[in-house]
Design a protein around this ligand. Structure first.
Ligand code: ADP
Length: 695
């Protein structure tokens, strides 16, 4: 403040320093009341108070020290005459040495001295006053609470004017209300400022929390903000496991090395107040921990504990614990702030925890996938590889060092058969496409390409080399045995014919011979089927040519017409007029459809319907053989294409068959690079669908 500014606010000319003439107390009061309109205890106001006090008391200098109740100290706030550099004064009243000057002032006594006081706590004040004569006056509010202390002196080290003490007392009594108001206003201002600051901090916290899902960062941030805003001396952010009633330290500050560690589970005794808060779900301030039976000293010298629960959907999931070395060290504002912090922590901690859990699960799953024995490739809807496991890389002789993710499948794996299979799967509208492939590692795989909404396609390849080998051995055995059976069977046939030629049998014997003939024919059919299977399995050589599928289907229908008629079964074809040509072996194609139509007629009760129809797709032709016959139950459907498998039901018992027909059909369809599947409902009918590729 400059002198001219003082002039503006005080009606009389202001005094200058040392040669100030004392005013009468009444004059001083008038000066003072005219000039003072204290609204805030800012620097200027304080200086004005100091100047007026000096003027009315008749001394040249005044130092104003504000009294801080929480730690019972006096803190410098202003000096008259003003100095360019703010002096550093800090006076502690301290009770240990009772009767010290400052302690007495604190109790309300005016103290004059005529030689430098030796009290060590006054040294910083005396070093600024540089005087042997002075008076220390307490300034109280209207209820008697100590607000400040004024140190009055002459800066030329001369004694104070007569009666200065008394005048000071009178003046200060009048001043107290004004000063009190100013302090009150200052307190309000600070409180408003604090609220604003808190709101600002909280919005900053929100911002930062929204940006992070990293759990450790959330913990550290919470702890830091709590520390910063409350002036706590120690803090712990802990998670609470309600199932096991365990409090686990996630982040901490203010503890001696080695006394507390991250991730440490606090014993029930150590958790003390925290467990109580977890149970009640209510935040608590314990103003004097020595009076709380649940308190456990995690750090030395703490006097106050604040514990605020962190909740999520009404469940306590953690807590913020703060300690202060001061008795009653936390205010209601502190508690309010930490509560608001904790409410934000609940959401953030939960989000972060969910995220890291999901992340961990994802990691686990992709580890499992990467290490399973089967070959797995995940391909996105853009046909780019999302994941490829190491078994696949080995099977295709691909480098394990290279990364294939985000590469097109066609670029990454140049295996023609796999690419073809993938293209078929994409063109197909069905969810799953299956085939068998022999990969560069010379092993045979069952390949399934499955469509998954929102992901793309997952290719899973299972090594079936062993299974194939066993199958081959089985086929070989069957072929040998059937072949060897053919010879004695022919001999039997010869003798049966001979028996018929040379003998005249009566009716009974004729029936026996007929039965023998029937059994012989069944055996012959079985052996022919077995040999055919063996031939196909051993690697059938198709005699491919361009065929008209209509000729094939007409043949199948005609061959079974008589059988159908005998049962009053309607056998019909429902096909488009023109069909694209197909590449296939006509003899084998006839065998396929003859078999399917024959089964449909065979396993449909009299007066049923059997229909053959065709659907054309972009790259393939689908031929359906449908009937409304006895149908096949789900438990049989999975095995129906296996050799010798026959459905065991009362209605099929009387129907002759070897159980080889569908196995042969499947092999022949696959030899044509096609596939076959079945949709059937027991008692309602069956639909066999053969898909054959177009050229
Ligand atoms: P089979 O010589 O016994 O007919 P297949 O291999 O042709 O042998 O058929 C296997 C089994 O599948 C049959 O025993 C039968 O129970 C069932 N099956 C085949 N086709 C049909 C169909 N259209 N309707 C009902 N069941 C059928």
């Amino acid at each position: 403040m400059t002198d001219s500014e003082t002039t503006n606010t005080v009606s009389n000319t202001p005094p200058s320093n040392a040669d100030t003439k004392p005013l009468s107390p009444d004059d001083a009061m008038t000066h003072f009341l005219n000039g003072m309109q204290l609204t805030a205890l800012d620097e200027r106001t304080v200086e004005r108070v100091a100047a007026l006090t000096a003027l009315s008391i008749g001394c040249s200098s005044v130092i104003i020290l504000k009294y801080k109740q929480d730690d019972a100290t006096f803190e410098f706030v202003g000096i008259h005459p003003p100095r360019s550099r703010k002096p550093e004064i800090y006076v502690q009243t301290f009770n240990a040495e009772a009767g010290t000057l400052t302690a007495e002032v604190a109790k309300g006594k005016i103290i004059s001295f005529e030689e430098k006081p030796t009290d060590p706590r006054l040294q910083s004040l005396i070093s600024v006053m540089m005087t042997d004569y002075g008076v220390l006056v307490p300034l109280r509010d209207h209820t008697g609470n100590l607000l400040a202390m004024l140190a009055l002196y002459n800066n030329d080290n001369s004694p104070l004017a007569e009666g200065a003490e008394k005048r000071a007392d009178t003046l200060l009594a009048a001043l107290s209300i004004t000063i009190d108001n100013a302090f009150e206003q200052a307190r309000k201002d600070t409180a408003i400022k604090k609220v604003e600051e808190a709101a600002e901090i909280l919005s900053k916290i929100d911002e930062e929390l929204n940006d992070t899902i990293e759990l450790n960062y959330v913990f550290t941030m919470m702890k830091d903000w709590a520390l910063r805003f409350t002036n706590a001396d120690a803090v712990v952010l802990a998670m609470y496991d309600s199932a096991n009633t365990v409090v686990r330290v996630m982040s901490h500050y203010g503890f001696k090395m080695g006394t507390l560690s991250r991730g440490e589970e606090l014993t029930p005794v150590k958790s003390g107040i925290a467990l109580r808060v977890a149970r009640t779900g209510r935040a608590e301030i314990v103003p004097d921990v020595s009076l709380d039976k649940d308190y456990f000293a995690l750090a030395e010298g703490m006097r106050t504990q604040m514990t605020v629960p962190i909740t999520r959907e009404d469940k306590v999931i953690g807590m913020l614990m703060l300690w202060s070395r001061q008795l009653d060290g936390f205010t209601d504002e502190n508690l309010d702030f930490v509560k608001r912090l904790a409410s934000r922590a609940g959401v953030a901690v939960d989000n972060a925890r969910l995220f890291s859990e999901t992340e961990r699960e994802r990691e686990k799953l992709s580890n499992i996938l990467r290490n399973v024995g089967d070959n797995v490739i995940v391909i996105g809807l853009d046909h780019r590889i999302q994941m490829i496991n190491s078994s696949t890389l080995l099977a295709f002789h691909l480098s394990t060092d290279e990364t294939y993710v985000e590469k097109l499948l066609t670029d990454a794996i140049t295996h023609t058969a796999l690419q073809k299979a993938y293209q078929r799967a994409v063109a197909d509208e069905d969810d799953t496409y299956t085939t068998e492939l022999t990969l560069p590692n010379e092993r045979t795989y069952h390949v399934s390409i499955e469509f998954h909404e929102g992901i793309g396609r997952i290719i899973v390849m299972q090594d079936i080399t062993h299974f194939k080998e066993t199958e081959r051995l089985k086929t070989e055995l069957i072929a040998t045995v059937s072949h060897d059976l053919k010879q004695p069977l022919s001999v039997m046939r010869g003798y049966l014919d001979l028996l018929n030629m040379v003998n005249e049998f009566d009716e009974k014997s004729n029936k026996y011979v007929d039965n023998l003939n029937f059994a012989f024919k069944s055996m012959r059919q079985l052996i022919d089927d077995l040999l055919d299977t063996a031939k196909i399995e051993a690697g059938l050589q198709l005699e491919l040519e361009t065929v008209n599928i209509l000729d094939i289907l007409n043949f199948a229908v005609r061959s079974n017409q008589q059988q159908a008629d005998s049962k009053d079964t309607t056998l019909s074809m429902n096909v488009p007029d023109s069909l694209p040509p197909l590449n296939g072996d006509p003899k084998r194609l006839k065998q396929i459809f003859n078999n399917l139509v024959s089964n449909a007629v065979k396993y449909t009760q009299p007066e049923g319907t059997v229909t053959v129809r065709i659907e054309l797709k972009q790259n393939s032709m689908r031929i359906f053989v449908e009937d409304n016959g006895m149908g096949i139950g789900p438990e049989d459907q999975s095995q129906i294409f296996e050799r010798f498998y026959r459905v065991r039901r009362p209605e099929t018992d009387s129907i002759e068959g070897t159980g080889l027909g569908l196995a042969i059909v499947k092999s022949l369809v696959e030899a044509h690079e096609g596939d076959i599947d079945l949709k059937s409902t027991l008692g309602e009918g069956s639909t066999f669908r053969v898909t054959l590729p177009l050229q």
